[in-house]
Ligand binder design. Sequence first.
Ligand SMILES: Cc1cc2nc3c(=O)[nH]c(=O)nc-3n(C[C@H](O)[C@H](O)[C@H](O)COP(=O)(O)O)c2cc1C
Length: 149
Amino acid sequence: MTLVKIAYASNTGNTEGISEYLEEAFEELGVDVEREEAGDIDSDFFEDADIAIVATFTDGDGEIPFDFEDFYEEIVDEDLDGKLFAVVGSGDSELYPDYFCQAAFSFEETLLKAGATKAHETLTIENDAESDDIEKINKLAKEVIEQLS
Ligand SMILES: Cc1cc2nc3c(=O)[nH]c(=O)nc-3n(C[C@H](O)[C@H](O)[C@H](O)COP(=O)(O)O)c2cc1C
């Protein structure tokens, strides 16, 4: 059975909500899903995952959220050859136009450097997910799963 693992960090709930939509989208497709908070995981998160999804907001000026920092730094030293991943970011383009969803793009870059394979273009969401974002999340899940077959 395919296992999709979702790691998320969220301060005010937007990204948590996005991670729940992701969980529902993958479950609808009939795969096993595990959803975990960033503070509860380390780099072995990837070991048993067929697909790893990172859902992150952006903090500071383009910074990785505190809860993801350790995990992010550990990935740099990992060999993630053969692992499929996708990143979903939540940010605020009005308040932070120069750093919109920068943490999501930093994750994408670091996962690629560690040898993982991008299963979908990084999806960016303006704060909390609205109905068009949920459609994009459902589409992402479908396209990611199609890559396994
Ligand atoms: C202190 C602070 C810094 C932020 N910095 C950025 C940023 O650099 N880029 C961005 O796109 N959004 C930034 N944001 C916006 C949040 O990433 C955005 O509101 C997000 O939806 C919060 O997710 P959460 O509800 O899961 O915590 C910042 C928000 C706060 C409070």
